[in-house]
Design a protein around this ligand. Structure first.
Ligand SMILES: [Zn+2]
Length: 246
């Protein structure tokens, strides 16, 4: 990242756009998959089913039915199947562009396009959760997304405890490139003790994952540790009201 991008991202991070204090009544956790590669559903789905949990798929419509750089992405049947199984279909932009690189008009067009694409799989409704592609944000794009979604997730590593920004929620990565069982366990314990919200994320799920993905075993381990801590796991849209004490 060049300096200008780093500064913009730091400024965005320091600018709470939708600040709120979590209720701290009980801990909650979510598992999310970005983009998403098809095996996040075909191989990740069975792991979640074994744990009796449902996840959130931050879906970029532009990837539907495509194979890009060797990655096979989900198709329309996958979206139908995972929605029927109670998983959440959430928004990740249509063209999967870093939001600061788009003008506000382009951002609006892209968000509208993804909303239209996802609608049939959401029973005609609009997606309520959003994640920034690449986690890339600016103060302008945070302000743009905040009123359009009930929660917005970035990729800044951390748990969500106490005062949080619903326009840029923190997340703990399960990606192979930064896999750290001790750090993940510490995050789980922090959320349990402080009754916060843990949002996990990854991309592909397969035996030989990309640097941005996980093995089925890694996913299984993480979901097992959350369960062992007695933390309920819910899709992001259902975890939000729990975190807010509604
Ligand atoms: Zn992405």
């Amino acid at each position: 990242m060049n300096l200008a991008i780093r500064l913009t991202s730091l400024m965005a991070r320091k600018l709470p756009v939708k600040p709120i204090r979590l209720a701290g009544q009980r801990p909650v956790a979510s598992i999310s998959f970005d983009d998403f590669p098809r095996n996040a559903w075909t191989l990740g789905g069975p792991v979640m089913a074994r744990h009796g949990v449902r996840g959130t798929y931050y879906t970029a419509g532009g990837f539907c039915g495509r194979t890009v750089d060797g990655t096979e992405f989900y198709d329309a049947e996958d979206l139908t199947a995972l929605a029927a199984a109670g998983h959440e279909i959430a928004c990740h932009g249509f063209a999967h562009q870093p939001t600061p690189s788009l003008t506000t008009a382009e951002l609006a067009a892209d968000a509208a396009r993804n909303g239209e694409f996802l609608k049939p799989f959401l029973g005609g409704a609009a997606p309520v959760s959003y994640a920034f592609p690449y986690g890339r944000v600016s103060p302008r794009t945070k302000r743009f997304m905040a009123p359009r979604f009930s929660s917005v997730r970035g990729v800044h590593p951390g748990v969500n405890v106490g005062r949080v920004d619903l326009a840029q929620l923190n997340t703990i990565s399960l990606e192979a490139r930064c896999w750290d069982e001790e750090a993940i366990e510490a995050a789980i314990q922090r959320v349990r003790q402080d009754r916060g919200w843990l949002i996990l994320y990854t991309h592909d799920v397969q035996e030989n994952p990309s640097p941005y993905g996980s093995t089925p075993k890694m996913l299984d381990w993480a979901l097992g540790r959350v369960a062992a801590a007695g933390i309920t796991m819910l899709p992001v849209r259902e975890a939000l009201p729990v975190a807010l004490g509604a």
